[in-house]
Design a protein around this ligand. Structure first.
Ligand code: CP
Length: 307
């Protein structure tokens, strides 16, 4: 499999073959010994620049970097960087690229990762840019689906909750459009529907938009729940109107197929009852765990052999 991408910015930049290449390498990472893994990026340095809060993306990237034998530098809060003194993102990137072999970044502004890739000589990995995209989350979501169902083609999935601001569901819907015979149920209140510009790109999947979750529960293989993202609402009154729109409990899924699995990019607030955690349907913590092999694979594909 040939790898051509210099940066990981948007899932739109991936062909199906590129996605398959990441999943194949992630599978291989799972079976590699710690010792073999630790030689892959030996003597390399990767920057982890998080201008917005994160637990999973930052820690799994930093773990993956160290598992591959590289060192990590960076910050978990833009407030401790020179951004606080007024430095532009472009200037920060043009500086940091001199220190490292690659940059993982999260930023609250849509398009920030693309802008960084335009000025950077070293690979940029987008760990989430505002409400736009979260491509590495999508790759670990696809890896999780493939591990659980053996195939991504033909999957029937309900994307539930904040489809307007949820970057993970934007990237995932666009990725599923690259596979065969998938069906996506978009379940959201009117105010949080999937943006039209994304719906228009979904020409290769069947789509259904509904506000009624219970009605579609028996029909799907996966419920992909998302948090209503308070921090992205311009107005708290609007947030309060929809914050409890979909709270999934054991009763919500009583008519689900036995094989139905629940995914969530996490963190959750109250949209997924903790009563689900011990059930066979809960896949979300295993999904979070898959961040390690998938991010190891991405780092290897982007950085091995460079410099
Ligand atoms: N899924 C995800 O992006 O989680 P974090 O915000 O904790 O990184």
């Amino acid at each position: 499999m040939k790898w051509n991408l210099k940066d990981i910015i948007s899932i739109n930049d991936f062909s199906r073959e590129d996605i398959e290449c990441v999943l194949f390498n992630a599978k291989k990472m799972k079976s590699l010994s710690r010792e073999k893994k630790s030689k892959i990026l030996k003597n390399k340095v990767v920057a982890s620049l998080f201008f917005e809060p994160s637990t999973r993306t930052r820690l799994s990237f930093e773990t993956a970097i160290q598992n591959l034998g590289a060192r990590v530098v960076g910050f978990a809060d833009g407030g401790v960087s020179s951004q606080k003194k007024g430095e532009t993102l472009s200037d920060s990137i043009s500086t940091v690229e001199n220190y490292v072999d690659g940059i993982v970044m999260r930023h609250p502004i849509e398009g920030a990762a693309r802008r960084a890739s335009e000025v950077s000589l070293v690979p940029i990995i987008n760990g989430g840019d505002g409400a736009n995209q979260h491509p590495t989350q999508t790759l670990l979501d696809l890896f999780t689906i493939k591990e659980e169902f053996n195939s991504i083609d033909g999957i029937k999935i309900a994307l539930v909750g904040d489809l307007k601001y949820g970057r993970t569901v934007h990237s995932l819907a666009l990725a599923l459009n690259k596979f065969k015979k998938c069906k996506i149920f978009f379940v959201a209140p009117e105010q949080l529907k999937m943006p039209q510009e994304i719906m228009e790109k979904l020409t290769n999947v069947k789509v259904v938009e509904t506000e009624n979750l219970e009605e579609i529960v028996p029909k799907v293989d996966i419920i992909y729940s998302t948090r209503i993202q308070k921090e992205r609402f311009p107005d708290e009154i609007e947030y309060n109107k929809v914050k409890d729109a979909y709270v999934i409990t054991p009763n919500t899924i009583k008519d689900a197929k036995s094989s139905m699995r629940i995914m969530h990019p996490l963190p959750r607030v109250n949209e997924l009852s903790q009563e689900l955690d011990g059930t066979k349907h809960a896949l979300y913590f295993k999904q979070a765990g898959n961040g390690i092999p998938v991010r190891e694979a991405l780092l290897k594909l982007l950085l091995e052999g460079k410099k």
